[in-house]
Design a protein around this ligand. Structure first.
Ligand code: HEC
Length: 155
């Protein structure tokens, strides 16, 4: 009986370890994927922002391409990118606050606000510098509204 109990505990230990390793790998992949999506957001809005500021010359084709990329990125299904246990308290490499998982309807609203702003930018970007400038504020605002609420503040 004692031997059996020991054996079972050992077997259970192995199962739990394997489960944890799988869960960590799964969480790690999801966190990396969503951070990569964010990096693509930043790259594309960066191009638009540089034109808006006058740091680089306005180019209607490049602006339209960056805006189309952003709109396409916001249309991706992100449901698998935010698994339970991938918040900043549970997973070291994440900067997503645990509050995200308690306020999912609001997160969706903020995601939708970004998608809407990206669509407005997609229409505006090719229409001249003033048109681009008119759309950049709300677009950047949609990024920071979500970051303020749900991203661990960055230095
Ligand atoms: C619905 C909420 C939400 C919106 C909208 C949003 N972000 Fe994020 N962003 C986050 C969260 C949460 C994180 C932290 C993710 C993590 O580390 O797990 C993040 C992280 C990032 C990062 C860091 C990525 C990394 O490598 O760690 C960048 C850059 C970024 N966002 C840029 C943007 C830009 C640019 C926009 C707008 C075009 C945007 N985000 C819109 C929630 C959002």
């Amino acid at each position: 009986m004692t031997r059996f109990a020991k054996f079972s505990a050992a077997a259970l230990g192995i199962t739990l370890l394997a489960g944890t390793a799988f869960a960590d790998g799964h969480v790690n992949a999801a966190v990396k994927a969503r951070q990569s999506q964010m990096t693509l957001y930043a790259f594309n809005i960066g191009q638009l922002g540089a034109m808006a500021k006058g740091a680089v010359d306005y180019d209607a084709d490049k602006a339209s391409a960056a805006a189309a990329n952003l709109a396409a990125l916001t249309a991706l299904d992100q449901s698998a990118l935010w698994p339970q246990g991938s918040d900043s308290d549970s997973f070291m490499d994440s900067n997503a606050k645990p509050e995200m998982w308690q306020n999912f309807p609001d997160v969706m609203t903020k995601g939708k606000a970004l998608a809407d702003a990206a669509m407005v930018m997609q229409t505006a970007a090719g229409g001249g510098l003033d048109s681009l400038r008119g759309a950049i504020g709300p677009l950047g605002g949609a990024c920071s509204a979500c970051h303020k609420a749900y991203r661990v503040p960055q230095n």
